[in-house]
Design a protein around this ligand. Sequence first.
Ligand code: LMR
Length: 394
Amino acid sequence: MLTNLKPQPADKILMLMQMFRDDPRSGKIDLGVGVYRNAEGVTPVMRAVKAAEKRLWETETTKAYTGLAGDPAFGEALSALILGDAVPRDRIAFAAQPGGTGAVRQALELVRLAAPGATVWLSAPTWPNHNSIVRHLGLPTRDYRYFDEATRGVDFAGMMADLEQVAPGDVVLLHGCCHNPTGANPDPAQWAEIAELLARRGATALVDLAYQGFGDGLEADAAPTRLLARRLPELLIAASCSKNFGIYRERTGLLVALAPDPATRELAQANLAFLNRQNFSFPPDHGARLVTMILTDPALRADWEAELEATRLSMLRLREQLAAELRQATGSDRFGFIAAHRGMFSRIGATPEQVERMRADHGIYMVGDSRINIAGLNAATVPVLARAIAEAGV
Ligand code: LMR
């Protein structure tokens, strides 16, 4: 049987991680995988997470199963962080998932159950695993224009024109904030237009929210999702705690299904539990428990918010510094978009050959589409990158 298997395409981001590890050069710079690193190059365990883990170790009395949808307290706490009071509680179904990827996968499984013929619309470009999961599940899919290669901002006119083609019942995947891989995001007025269009077309929005708190702050980053929740009868949200709680390997995520009415909410909740049971039974609990403790304890929460805000500001400073260094290195303002982008990533617009050259000549690793992880930089490596970009003729 196993001999029948076909080789699978390698994941470009994970392949790059391995190439970086194998590079013996001491000055190499990893701008590949989306993991936050501080100025010392360390991905720290956040203070509030450490404190919660200690408290959990002291007080936890059992490791018996929770519920199929996870501990309800986790869903309550995280859905409140995302949605605030945008919609009544009796319309919100949720189920814990193994990370943001698990939540995306389960959201698409729910789509396949509810509307097998629906086309899933993905931004061009999007996180490569979106395309991969949609294809793996055999769902019909189409792209909508998103990124303007000339301005390196959102191609809003193209996006809206393409989304006019969406059929009623289709699913439109949107990045709630901090678009991955481009770093370019619609502004609030554009989000309002997107919500109107989706409402008019009768589409279901699926929001991938993996970076809440990394863009303009916890509240501002949730605003587009809340706007969609207020405007649309139905909404799916795939939320990740990997980045904003720094608990990548704990696999902590949540799928939220906003239903049009309480009876449909019950149906959606039962289907979420069913899907969890089919796929992995009970979702991982450790990270979810830490997140719940942090969000419900005022002191832990204040400390977490303070550290998250410092993290966000450090990435913004690196953006400003890189834009300034590039102004100097190239004698032009054409990299000003780096300071305007938000989140961990920016697509800088280098060709695959230029990306390869920066890797060969300078040991600078970025994804082949020229996505850089801003958090992989520090004050000392920003000028090195700026010079390399200028030298490569980007
Ligand atoms: C990324 O885009 O680098 C992250 O979301 C990590 C991953 O799993 O690809």
